[in-house]
Design a binder for this molecule. Structure first.
Ligand code: FAD
Ligand code: NAI
Length: 468
């Protein structure tokens, strides 16, 4: 048997890679992790989940003071924005959390190899001047922003998500290209801080992949908050003149063009897997038509000993999906059975209110049931009927549960509610355990909590909600 430098080498230290590294080390494997950034934690901790939530959280307070919500509760304040401090607390969150991963690497004896990794062969990776060998190699290189052809991101007037997290002043007019998760979260941040925000979306609805009712209702809520939408519209060009941009847009299906003036343009039309410069061919690997690395259910690629997880493989590009795959791949490499149930991965948009879902949308559940000669039942409960939401002045949104009509097994749960991201964990656990809507309806939920809306939606599946 060959003598390797490490048992496991992981390329990339995002939530997929760093979790895989820690788990592998916990399982007694000699582990190293290659990372080219200055700090560990990948997109998520450095320029993704964490900094965006730091700005979302802070701007929620500003908005509550500015839009009269606090005054409604007897607190009169006129907020004054200290953007420098808002950024400082964002940077502090990043530093604390990325430093935390470095601490966990030391604690678990994971070696951090600083630099870009590229395959030499299936068991060898070049990192700078160094050549490192390992019995198993995990590709966890994540993803980066998808460029829009013909539009140059200068991170001043035309920004991607990273630039939009670091703006040094509130734009007068921000145009967001793409009504997906990033566009809505970061568009909300700058709208709350005073920018006029226009969202240009190619499709006829925002939030592709979410349940149809949720997409419609979210659009209404964002409009009410002041975001303007141009749906079924594509951007055909952006020209920058000094600190102003002119966008040319036209109907997605073709038609007369018009122009929009802005002082900030956010390009957020999706992300693509990072495989450039990895020299995958030297390991005997190729990518699929979407540029992703295909694996089997154990996260093994077509080359024995080479594994892949996270944004670089198919599936939703989410930190918690990458983390779960990180644990599973380490367990599989160690000879255990690591499994991820891809049917139960929650999605959350961290706006106000939050938007969350897990499992099938009503559209997909109905289509699948019809194909199999079955039926579905749907229960809905409005947050306006939930005592806690009402008391907190948070009447927007609803919870919706989709169940199989015959077995009553829950197939999907969707919610728009201020703490929907936290509420959805209950639904994910229930679905993981094979819960029926009756199981949820007869589970005691604490009062007064927003989560009672989940219980009521479960009751509504069989026509029995109380508070409507
Ligand atoms: P990444 O986090 O992308 O990490 C990959 C790492 O690999 C990077 O650090 C990169 O530098 C390194 N790397 C790449 N190639 C090499 C190489 N050749 N050699 C060495 N190192 C390399 N997801 C959520 O679930 N919740 C959220 O709230 C959320 N918010 C987001 C907000 C924004 C603005 C963005 C952009 C993304 C957000 N995401 C969110 C998505 C989430 O960040 C990703 O799904 C997640 O980070 C993917 O993890 P990963 O480990 O696969 O890859
Ligand atoms: P997205 O895939 O969520 O949305 C992109 C949107 O842009 C879609 O609605 C699409 O129809 C639209 N679009 C595509 N091309 C267009 C064009 N030329 N003109 C106008 N619209 C166009 O991608 P987004 O928002 O960039 O996010 C990338 C990834 O990051 C997502 O997959 C998401 O999973 C992840 N993410 C997750 C977050 C969370 O979990 N809260 C937060 C932020 C990002």
């Amino acid at each position: 048997m060959a003598d390797y430098d490490y048992d496991v080498l992981i390329i990339g230290s995002g939530p997929g890679g760093y979790v895989a590294a820690i788990r592998a080390a916990q399982l007694g494997l000699r582990t190293a992790c290659v990372e080219s950034r200055e700090t560990l934690g990948g997109t998520c901790l450095n320029v993704g989940c964490i900094p965006s939530k730091a700005l979302l959280h802070a701007s929620e307070y500003f908005d509550a003071a500015a839009n009269g919500t606090m005054a409604k509760m007897g607190i009169k304040v006129t907020p004054e924005l200290d953007l420098l401090q808002m950024h400082a607390q964002r940077i502090d969150a990043i530093n604390q959390l990325t430093g935390g991963i470095a601490f966990l690497f030391k604690k678990n004896k994971v070696t951090w190899l600083k630099g870009r990794g590229a395959f030499v062969d299936a068991h060898t990776v070049q990192v700078g001047e160094q050549t490192v060998t390992a019995k198993d190699i995990v590709i966890a290189t994540g993803s980066s922003v998808t460029p829009l052809p013909g539009v140059t991101v200068d991170q001043k007037v035309v920004v991607d998500s990273t630039g939009a997290l670091e703006l040094d002043k509130v734009p007068e007019h921000m145009v967001v290209i793409g009504g997906g998760v990033i566009g809505l979260e970061l568009g909300s941040v700058w709208r709350r801080l005073g920018a006029k925000v226009t969202c240009v979306e190619y499709l006829d609805q925002i939030l592709p992949g979410f349940d149809g009712d949720i997409r419609k209702e979210s659009n209404k809520i964002f409009k009410k908050q002041g975001i303007a939408f141009k749906l079924s519209t594509k951007v055909t060009g952006v020209t920058v003149n000094g600190d102003k941009a002119t966008l040319t847009v036209e109907p997605s299906a073709g038609g007369p063009a018009e122009t929009i003036e802005a002082d900030c343009v956010l390009v957020s039309i999706g992300r693509r897997p990072n495989t450039d410069g990895l020299a995958l061919e030297k390991a005997g690997l190729t990518v699929n038509a979407r540029g992703q690395i295909d694996t089997d259910h154990r996260f093994q690629t077509t080359v024995p000993g080479v594994w892949a997880i996270g944004d670089v493989i198919p599936g939703p590009m989410l930190a918690h999906k990458a983390e779960d795959e990180g644990i599973a791949v380490a367990e599989n490499i160690a000879g255990q059975t690591g499994i991820v149930n891809h049917a139960v991965i929650p999605s959350v948009v961290y706006t106000w209110p939050e938007i969350a879902g897990v499992g099938l949308t009503e559209e997909v559940a109905r289509e699948q049931a019809t194909k199999n000669g079955g039926e579905i039942k749907v229960g809905k409960f409005p947050m306006a009927g939930n005592s806690r939401a009402k008391t907190n002045h948070e009447p927007d949104g609803f919870v919706k549960i989709i169940a199989d009509a015959k077995s009553d097994r829950v197939l999907g749960v969707w919610a728009i509610a201020v703490p929907a991201g936290t509420m959805i964990a209950e639904a994910a656990l229930g679905m993981e355990m094979g819960a029926t809507s009756e199981d949820i309806a007869y589970t005691c939920h604490a009062h007064p909590t927003h989560s009672e809306a989940i219980k009521e939606a479960a009751m509504a599946v069989r026509g029995k909600a109380i508070h409507v």
